[in-house]
Each structure stands twice: as C-alpha cells, then as structure tokens.
Write a new protein. Structure first.
Length: 415
C-alpha cells in the first residue's frame, strides 16, 4: 500500500536539499534528465503502448487517445523542454525590490520556492516531465499523481528522471510518483496538508472541480478551457478561417483548443458557409444557435449546456451576435477564464475586447493554441492557471515561487 506520509517526509527532505543547490548544478541535472529521456525512449514507448492498448480496449475517444500518445517526436519535445528550462533564468534568489525604511532597516523581497508541490492529473504523460522539470528548476519537490490511463507511461518517465537525479548525486525524491491510482489514495493526497504546500490539478473541468471541492491542501486551479474566437465585423475573413481551423482541429483534446465561434451578424452570411464547409472536411460536428441554423443546413441546435461545455473533441458551437458588446457579454458569461480571441482589423474593437474580456489570455488575430508555457518562452508549464491568485495564465518556473522579506538592521528596536 502507498504510504503518502513517508513520501511526503521524503519530499520535504529533498526540497530542503534543492534549496542549497546552485543554478549550475540544477541546469546540469536538467540537461542530463533530457538526455536520459531520449536514451530511454524505447522503454518509455513500450510502456506507453500498454496504456494505448488499454485505452482502445476501454473505448477511449480518439481525441483523448491523442492526449495519451507518446512518440519519438513527443519524447524529443519533452527533452527539449527540459533543456529550455535549463536555459531560463533561475527564479530563486531573484530580488523583486529593495528599500531602506525610515528606521534604517534594509529590506529586500526575494524569490523562494513554494516547497512541495503536488500535481494531480489525468491522461497526459508529458505532465510528468514538465512538472518535474519546472519544480526542480524553481527549487520545489514534485509530488505527482497521474491517472490510471497513463500509469505505465508515467512510471517509465518518472523512473528515468529519478535515475538521472541519482546519477547526478542528487536526491531522487525531488521527483516522486504515486503509483496507486485509486480514488482513495487520490483523496488522501488532497488532504496531505502536512506535507504539500500547494496542489495543482490538471485535467477536465469536472476533474478540476472535484479536486477543488475536496482538497484540504491550498489549490492553484488550472485548465478547463471553454475557449471562444469572435469574428468581428471588421475581420479579415481569410485570416479568421485559418485561425479557427487551427484552433479547433490541430489538437482538439487540449485545453487551449477553440470550442466556440462567435460571429458578427454583418459577416455571418458570407463567412459561416465557408467556415462550416472547412470544419466538416475535418469531421467537426457543428452545433449552433437559431441564426446559424437559418444560414447552414444540418446544424445541431445548441442547448444552454453547450455554451458552457468544453468538448475536448471534434465538436464546435457557433453563435451569431449583433455587436461587439453582445459578444463580450456572452463570452464572459460562459467562458472558463482561460483563452479568448478576437479577429479584427479595428484597433478600437481589439482594445475593447482585450480590456473587457475576463480571461487569463486574450488574443487579437491569433490562435488560442498559443496559450502554452513552451510557446510563451517558459520551456514548459505546470498548467494554465485560470484563477486570479496566486498566478494567472501559463505557469512557468517563476510562477512556482513565492517571496520572503529579508530585513537587515543595526540594533534597531521599535518604540
């Protein structure tokens, strides 16, 4: 049986040791992890094949199987992500600000690790590597629990990373994976407040909500992405078509894929037939409001539930609106505060959209698929925070730190 308390104690010990490491030591270890992932790719792919076979046997959707899939390119991508993390500035010890008070106290605010970070996630094995690398760079111990769908892949990946740490002369317990994927152990982890400083859930909206509701450990909420693209009356329609197709079909199972398209009524009759034709070439199911149904044949009527649903599949819902204000109102009502986009050549409309949309990332004339730690230059991400405390948007190494005040005096006492 998994002893989470023992794992927690080991993680705290490892985290203290990480705090004593210099940047060069951490970077060398990260590069070794990357090299060892590529060297061990055959074993990792063999483990992933077992997970994929189980997924097919259990009728997992094709989109969700894509989340689970590893291949040589994806392993190389994970390894390259670790190398990019190594190249990043070390956030630990960075001074945010400093000043001298009227009492003559010298105060600096310095970046320090959060501590032991628990990550509880579903069927994306790359999270094991991304989380471990970012936690290590930022001086945090990674306490990982993945879903049963990816357990063989996660074990192979974490074993490789832990071996790299041992061979680097470091504490392998800086990265730990909970092998027991039962609900009981997951619940126990959510209550492990004695050892976990923060818990980050990654997965479906339903999964994240469950963790938020049940956890006793402080939570950074991530992930659920009911993302919209609004096609303004001043949009370049060729650009809009290209962006929407990319955002929907390149990888529909991920949280930054577009789930809804909102179209200004003045361009709907021109744009929607072309858009729907192209989406259907990619086998995307079309749902829509009454105006969309009036313009396009064989559109499934969108329900109230559709507007708030993250599909993670080849499904999209379309709504026609009368103006920009209506688009903003609809998006703010139904979005998950993840990523939203406007396609427009009107500067004032773009500024209004970016100012008034309540989301972690707001785009003008670009695909929502760019909401990603790697694409933002962070090497990787621990997740996309959709809350407003303590971080928002893609979370890289810097977002896995907090601060403490270092105060130096010369015998001062308060009167």
């Amino acid at each position: 049986m998994t002893d989470l308390n023992q794992m927690g104690k080991a993680a705290q010990k490892a985290e203290f040791g990480l705090g004593q490491l210099g940047t060069l030591q951490k970077n060398k270890a990260l590069v070794k992890m990357a090299d060892d992932l590529e060297k061990n790719s055959a074993a990792i792919l063999a483990a992933n094949a077992k997970d994929l076979a189980n997924a097919k046997a259990n009728d997992m959707t094709q989109a969700m199987q894509d989340r689970l899939l590893l291949d040589d390119d994806r392993i190389k991508g994970m390894a390259d992500g670790l190398r990019e993390i190594a190249d990043l500035e070390d956030p630990i010890g960075k001074i945010d600000r400093g000043w001298t008070t009227e009492d003559g106290l010298d105060i600096v605010q310095e970046r320090v690790p959060l501590g032991v970070i628990g990550i509880i996630f579903e069927a994306r094995p790359n999270v094991t590597v991304d989380a471990a690398g970012l936690c290590f760079k930022s001086g945090n111990a990674a306490f990982l629990r993945g879903g049963k769908e990816a357990i063989n892949s996660n074990i192979a990946l974490s074993d490789t990373l832990r071996a790299s740490l041992r061979e680097s002369g470091l504490d392998e317990n800086a990265v730990q994976l909970v092998h027991d994927t039962s609900h009981e152990v997951a619940q126990e982890m959510m209550e492990l407040s004695e050892y976990l400083d923060v818990l980050i859930p990654r997965g479906s909206g339903r999964f994240i909500k469950m963790v938020v509701n049940k956890a006793k450990v402080p939570i950074i909420e991530t992930g659920a992405g009911n993302c919209h693209i609004y096609v303004d009356e001043f949009a370049d329609l060729d650009k809009a078509l290209k962006i929407i197709i990319n955002a929907k079909v390149q990888r529909p199972s991920v949280c930054n894929a577009a789930e809804k398209v909102i179209v200004h009524q003045s361009v709907a009759a021109t744009f929607l037939p072309t858009l729907v034709k192209e989406l259907r070439k990619h086998n995307v199911e079309i749902r829509g409001d009454q105006e969309t149904q009036d313009l396009i044949d064989n559109v499934i009527p969108a329900t109230e539930e559709d507007w708030s649903t993250e599909y993670n599949d080849y499904i999209i819902a379309i709504k026609v609106v009368s103006d920009l204000d209506s688009a903003i109102k609809h998006i703010n009502k139904y979005n998950t505060q993840h990523s939203e986009a406007i396609i427009t050549d009107n500067y004032q409309n773009s500024r209004q959209f970016q100012k008034q949309i309540d989301a972690a990332v707001v785009y003008v004339n670009a695909s929502t698929r760019f909401t990603d730690g790697n694409k933002f230059g962070f090497g990787a991400e621990i997740g996309i925070s959709t809350q407003k405390l303590h971080a928002r948007g893609p979370m890289g190494a810097n977002e896995l730190t907090t601060t403490k005040y270092l105060v130096n005096g010369n015998g001062q006492i308060r009167e």
